[in-house]
Design a protein around this ligand. Structure first.
Ligand code: UFG
Length: 317
């Protein structure tokens, strides 16, 4: 069984990917400092507790397990926090990736799949957004992910480490058999907050209804976490068979407004959701939708679970 090192394997997308890897016959080795991930989410392979900035700890794990490739999720991800404390984002995300790449090079591991984000594009000049869109992030979170993409390119050119950077749009939903779920602390994402408001009969703050969209609320491209997981496995296999490094969008190509998601959540939960129209949240573009053809074509990847109702249903379940 091939060992794959999963940094951040105890987190939301990481743990769903570990499950998919185990189902596909791999042995996912989670390397996680548990700063945001959960021990209970690591069920499909060993957990090695450590920080990606700690080269010695990483090196020990590579010595312990003969590792075929790395999938690198470990990262700080809260946009608003990145504005307040950019230094911790540069340290965790950029220095952490640098440390990981150096240790990979020492151990002759030359395949990495990296969690990137649509935040590398900043305010879109065109929608849907193609991979060739200018890269002009508007917050430190997006900046650090872009720096990591640049590092990957350098390490490919100078050390032959091949990569695929997957630029996620809006990850959402949960494992269809309810073995895993989204558990962020604090939670900032739309769908879990809507479901919490439904469950606890508390108000939901809708951030702005005067955007340039048909119903005035922001449009986003929601992609089910198990579809994201399968894209990581396809990327891994693509890189092992074919060394063409690249950046790929992961989305469905179809956007939904916050109001559409809210209405769908009411329907699926059969609960009232009391919305309160609040101020716009800083840095929210009107619309972000992926041009998603490249990943579909290159990886032969086709989202199966990303229908909006299925996303909300699995999250609610
Ligand atoms: N929203 C609300 N109320 C809430 C939470 C969210 O109205 O309580 C709205 C937001 O204003 C936005 C939409 O719901 O219009 C989606 O917000 P999320 O926070 O769920 O997701 P974002 O689109 O802001 O962020 C996602 C990822 C980021 C990534 C970004 C890329 O979570 O990591 O896409 O653009 F940086």
């Amino acid at each position: 069984m091939k060992n794959i090192l999963i940094t951040g394997g105890a987190g939301y997308i990481g743990s769903h990917t570990c499950k998919a890897l185990a189902q596909a016959g791999y042995n996912p080795i989670t390397f996680d400092n548990l700063s945001a991930g959960h021990k209970h989410a690591v069920k499909w392979g060993p957990l090695e507790i450590g920080d990606i900035r700690d080269s010695e700890a990483l090196s020990k794990v590579f010595k312990k397990y003969k590792t075929e490739a790395v999938i690198h999720f470990a990262s700080k991800i809260v946009v608003s926090e990145s504005v307040r404390e950019p230094e911790s984002y540069y340290d965790n995300n950029v220095n952490g990736t640098l440390s990981l790449l150096n240790v990979m090079q020492t151990h002759s591991i030359n395949v990495i799949v990296f969690s990137s984000t649509a935040a590398v594009y900043g305010y879109p000049e065109t929608n849907p957004i193609e991979e060739s869109h200018p890269l002009l992030p508007i917050n430190p979170y997006g900046e650090t992910k872009l720096k990591c993409e640049e590092l990957l390119e350098k390490y490919r050119d100078t050390h032959g480490i091949n990569y695929i950077a997957l630029r996620y749009f809006n990850a959402a939903g949960a494992d269809p058999t309810s073995e895993l779920r989204e558990e962020h602390e604090p939670e900032t994402h739309l769908i879990p907050l809507l479901l919490k408001a439904a469950k606890e009969n508390k108000p939901f703050s809708l951030f702005g209804n005067d955007y340039k969209t048909p119903d005035g609320t922001c449009i986003r491209d929601y992609i089910h976490v198990t579809d994201l997981a399968s894209a990581h496995i396809k990327s891994l296999e693509y890189l092992i068979n074919n060394q063409r490094s690249q950046c790929l969008n992961l989305g469905t190509g179809k956007g939904y407004s916050v109001r559409e998601v809210l209405e769908a959540a009411k329907k699926i939960t059969s609960k009232k959701i009391n919305e309160v129209i609040s101020e716009r949240r800083e840095g929210d573009p009107d619309s972000l939708v992926a041009k998603a053809d490249a990943a579909q074509k290159i990886l032969d990847w086709h989202p199966q679970q990303s229908d909006l109702h299925n996303i909300i249903r699995t999250a609610w379940q």
